[in-house]
Design a protein. Structure first.
Length: 311
């Protein structure tokens, strides 16, 4: 595993690059690479290696990065989840990977989970040279997410979040220290994610750089984050993995997003909740399905990206 630095909008971002030791998918142009980042408030040391390392052993290079303001990446304010900034960071990571030696620039895939499961859909819609997308338990519609929060937390949950968000926004306008709230917590608390079992599930995979806090202004952006509106522009092969019992990322919005995509799309559903995706036997099943999908689309010369060669 190599430590890599790249820049996004002038800020240094930190990444782990895991070159495969296998030549299974190598061709004359190099090896395929999968670019990965975490979900809401996550860092590269929080659960991602459980997917990245097996993918690398299977024959794919993997590249895991921290968003600006998180983990080992630079940038201020710290702990601010901005979906626009994080999409930009994915684009910057793609540019960095395309500059690496031994990488086939026509076989770059994106991998995302939860909040980043939505990011990768948008980024692939914007960059038509992306060869494939894996979108796991994706958050694809902020409006649907707010509706789901209302169903389990009621109006009080929404108003508390908005109140904290407005306070943090005011602090930022006055150049004061960010007002932080927990990323994850118990039900009926001010945490951004407070569904039953969420706190235990998230903390079980938390890495050493992860902090359970986020700029509260993030709550004001959630409704505007709607990857579903980009789904029809996705032309590359797409795997969407949905949890039918997901209490965090609305499953119906994920299904609709998959059905709107205009490439080769595979929608798989599992009878599990959001944080069941990351541990135990279900994680192994999800990974197996990802490997099967990536084998088919990245070992083939028929992906859309490969039809238009990148020099």
């Amino acid at each position: 595993m190599e430590n890599i630095k790249f820049t996004s909008k002038g800020i240094t971002c930190s990444a782990w690059y895991i070159p495969t030791t296998s030549d299974k998918y190598r061709n004359s142009r190099g090896r395929p690479c999968i670019i990965m980042a975490n979900g809401f408030g996550g860092t590269k040391d929080t659960g991602l290696l459980h997917f990245a390392e097996p993918l690398s052993k299977a024959g794919f290079d993997t590249f895991i990065f921290d968003y600006r303001g998180f983990g080992e990446s630079g940038g201020f304010p710290r702990q601010n989840v901005s979906y626009k900034n994080q999409r930009e960071d994915y684009h910057a990571a793609i540019a960095a990977v395309r500059s690496l030696p031994n990488i086939d620039r026509n076989r770059i895939a994106l991998w995302g989970t939860s909040y980043s499961g939505g990011h990768v859909m948008v980024v692939a819609a914007q960059d038509k040279k992306i060869s494939a997308v894996v979108s796991m338990n994706p958050a694809t519609d902020g409006l649907a997410a707010l509706s789901q929060i209302y169903r389990y937390g009621g109006l009080k949950q929404l108003t508390v979040a908005i109140g904290h968000g407005l306070k943090d926004l005011a602090y930022s306008l006055l150049s004061q220290k960010s007002h932080l709230i927990p990323i994850v917590g118990q039900p009926n608390t001010a945490a951004m994610i407070s569904t039953p079992g969420a706190e235990a599930g998230y903390k079980l995979m938390a890495g050493p750089t992860w902090r359970n806090e986020v700029c509260a202004r993030t709550a004001l952006e959630v409704a505007r984050n709607r990857p579903i509106t980009f789904a029809h522009q996705i032309l590359c092969p797409l795997l969407v993995q949905v949890g039918s019992n997901d209490q965090v990322a609305p499953p119906d919005a994920a299904r609709k997003s998959a059905n709107l995509a205009n490439g080769q799309t595979k929608l798989l559903e599992y009878p599990i909740d959001h944080f069941d995706f990351y541990i135990g036997s279900w994680q192994k099943k999800l990974l197996e399905d990802q490997l099967n999908f990536l084998h088919k689309v990245l070992s083939s010369r028929k992906t859309r990206a490969n039809q238009s060669q990148t020099p």
